[in-house]
Write a protein that binds this ligand. Structure first.
Ligand SMILES: [Mg+2]
Length: 368
């Protein structure tokens, strides 16, 4: 099976939440997919923007769920952020840590000194902690305004909770940004540093970046010129995919990680038998029912239940606000935004098995 997707790559750089697990549970099939890749000689590096937990804790959680994860298989944005500080500061320099003890440990591990006030701070590092309050943000603001180096582990505006999205590190970074007028250096996805470190730790030459978010995982993978696999098991939806700007378009699209053992051509965006995508004003209309047979090895069609089954991409409306953001740029593959939508629509229809509002067209698909 060396002609499948796994056969093209020597390491998987996998996102965690929404890709390998959702809350307390593993995504169905994810453990088997990661274990299967390992048995084929393709290891997984677990890459997370969450700076609040130590690599040891992250590996422990993954192992409880059944993933073959050890501490050194985990790369966190706090590790990448600490490395960025160490490169730019003399040994022992004072760093104001706005974050958890896990982040402070990473700062100490690279030979720097952790402090809790702006006085004498050569740098500020900011990562998520549910305990961050005004006084510490004020210290960070004072340090940044005085010229301290400022590194953010990540700038995710929200983080998922059982009560819905809540302020993430990017929101707290925004407080200091507004108050100081400065911009931080960023370690986590979609910035390149975290994924670069994950790739280089194993001397990989052909990594596959896997994730559920187009604006972090896929954009980050594109930033390091890696192949990317977008899975529809987490945050970003089929609609997000169709509206994705150039730097957020994945190399491969799949329902879930079972795709690792499928042929790459079946996973690349493109026309699919039995589906047709046609522009209609500001709308791209997807029609058909996959009755043309679909590509060999295509995933089973799903209906009802789960984020995938609820998604509807027929009658997709590319709103003017979004279209302006797409701009005139051409895709990595040379596709215009409209051509990208037409191309990806067929694939999404094949993946999701959505019914159309319009009757299935007579005759063969017209898109080559
Ligand atoms: Mg995720």
């Amino acid at each position: 099976m060396s002609d499948d997707l796994l056969g093209r790559h020597d390491v998987l750089l996998a996102d965690l939440d929404g890709t390998l697990y959702r809350g307390p549970d593993a995504v169905p099939g994810a453990v088997e997919a990661v274990r299967g890749a390992g048995e084929r000689g393709v290891p997984t590096v677990y890459v997370t923007n969450n700076a609040s937990r130590s690599p040891d804790d992250v590996a422990g959680h993954l192992a409880e769920l059944g993933f073959p994860a050890r501490t050194h298989d985990v790369r966190t944005s706090s590790q990448a952020g600490a490395a960025m500080l160490a490169e730019q500061l003399p040994a022992g320099a004072a760093v104001l840590v706005v974050g958890t003890e896990a982040l402070a440990d990473q700062v100490r591990a690279v030979g720097l000194t952790v402090v809790d006030s702006a006085d004498g701070a050569a740098a500020v590092v900011q990562g998520h902690s549910p305990d961050t309050g005004w006084r510490l943000l004020a210290e960070a603001t004072a340090a940044v305004r005085a010229g301290a180096l400022w590194v953010a582990t990540n700038v995710d505006p929200t983080l998922p909770t059982e009560r819905g999205p809540m302020p993430g590190n990017g929101s707290m970074v925004g407080v200091v940004r507004i108050a100081s007028g400065a911009e931080p250096q960023v370690a986590g996805k979609p910035a390149a540093r975290l994924l670069q470190e994950a790739r280089d730790a194993g001397s990989s030459t052909s990594p596959l970046v896997i994730g559920d978010r187009l604006d972090t995982d896929i954009e980050g993978g594109n930033a390091i010129d890696a192949a990317t696999l977008f899975v529809l098991t987490g945050v970003s939806t089929a609609r997000d995919l169709l509206e994705a700007p150039e730097n957020q378009r994945p190399t491969y699209i799949a329902a879930d990680l079972a795709a690792l053992t499928r042929a790459p051509d079946d996973l690349a965006p493109g026309p699919r038998d039995g589906w047709r995508a046609e522009p209609d004003g500001e709308t791209v209309v997807l029609s058909g029912d996959g009755g043309g047979g679909g590509p060999a090895g295509a995933p089973p069609r799903r209906r009802g239940g789960g984020a995938l089954g609820r998604e509807r991409v027929d009658g997709h409306r590319a709103r003017r606000r979004r279209r302006r953001r797409l701009g005139p740029a051409r895709a990595r593959s040379g596709l215009t935004p409209r051509d990208w939508q037409r191309s990806a629509s067929g694939h999404v229809g094949c993946l999701t098995g959505v019914r159309t509002r319009r009757a299935a067209p007579a005759g063969p698909p017209r898109i080559p």
